[in-house]
Design a binder for this molecule. Sequence first.
Ligand code: HGY
Ligand code: MN
Ligand code: MN
Length: 422
Amino acid sequence: MSAGVAPNAVAAVSEGRLWQRLMEMGEIGGFEFEGGHKGVNRPCLSALDRTARRLLISWAEKMGASVTIDPAGNLFLRLEGEDPSLPAVLTGSHMDSQPQGGRFDGIYGVLAGLEAIEAIATAGIRPKRAIEVVAWTNEEGGRYAPGCTGSMSFTGFKPMSEFDDLVDRDGIRYADALAEQMEAESDLAKRPLGYAPHAYLEAHIEQGPRLEVERKEIGVVTGIQGSRWFTVTVEGRSDHAGTTPLALRRDAVQDMVRAIGALNQLMHDPDDVLRFTVASIKVEPDTSNSVANKAVFTIDFRHPDKAVLLARGDAIAGVVQAAMRSCTATVHERFHALPVDFAETATGAVAAAAQAQGLSSLALPSGAFHDAQFLVPVCPTGMIFIPCRGGVSHHPSEHAEPVACANGARVLAQALLSLANS
Ligand code: HGY
Ligand code: MN
Ligand code: MN
């Protein structure tokens, strides 16, 4: 590709069109939140998810992309290349949100990808390789934990069947929700599961404060820290709160509290690099005057250093058992993603595009996990961050400026073109 074509594609990126689409998508599962904010609750494999996917498909078909779906429900929009036999360059992100999510996490990367291929097509450029935009199934893990089940299935990181029996709060199995999605989208052309893309780039809001604080327009993401998720189930015996002496109780809540206190000590980090979160707790029978016979809590543990992630994560079960005074406990690991470093091929393309466009950039790792984490073993992978207000995400006040969204899409368009023509 002559150096000349990229500026044409970059110039064809429309800030207005991208913003309009982001706002339109934000209405699907949208809700008003205090402070005049608009949140989004769009669970994966739901009717809302399918409405959003149909809207995306309508935009993609209008610009001439071909639409396919794989057995994991991942949705692909393809801009054909000169040589269809060559592995495509892949970009995209996810369309599902947190229960109290924002209008940018995930969906921005899908719409920036669509904007990039639309700009390339509008500029009349035919890349050597096809460029595909993917919407991954269930990145968030909000409805079905763990997250990234679509990209883990696509890359063979886990067999798809591994997720079949996950259940949501209503007891609906993942396999059944996926089957419902596939049935509802049976009119879409099918494709087999997985292939090795030539490269993968994902555009995303930073979900952290650095770009805004350091006044940088583009984040050249260097990698993603490791994440490990656990579920801890503490079981005792339910008793009358008024008559049962404490000495005779097997109180699941009291032992859970002891376990979380002990885990806080295990996870203490004076440098505040380590991330340890307990954010979902369920108690049975959940009445004020019956001692709890069951307490289930989640652990989200993250660290950029593999050795720390393994050592502290592997110690969790022992610390929980040692904290039990009268109850029993089981610890189940349900997500295990090691830290990854992105390939120079990908990070270099992002940095070069930002520089060519005169945009200030910063190299930084990602604290949040992304589907990109699972593409690393199969192809050169990278990410583009744009600043978000106050670094806030997973909250209705999540916000990115229109110009920042367009900057990210312009860098994405140029980086995709350079990879597609390599
Ligand atoms: O939890 C995460 O890091 C991602 O935003 N789902
Ligand atoms: Mn995300
Ligand atoms: Mn998220």
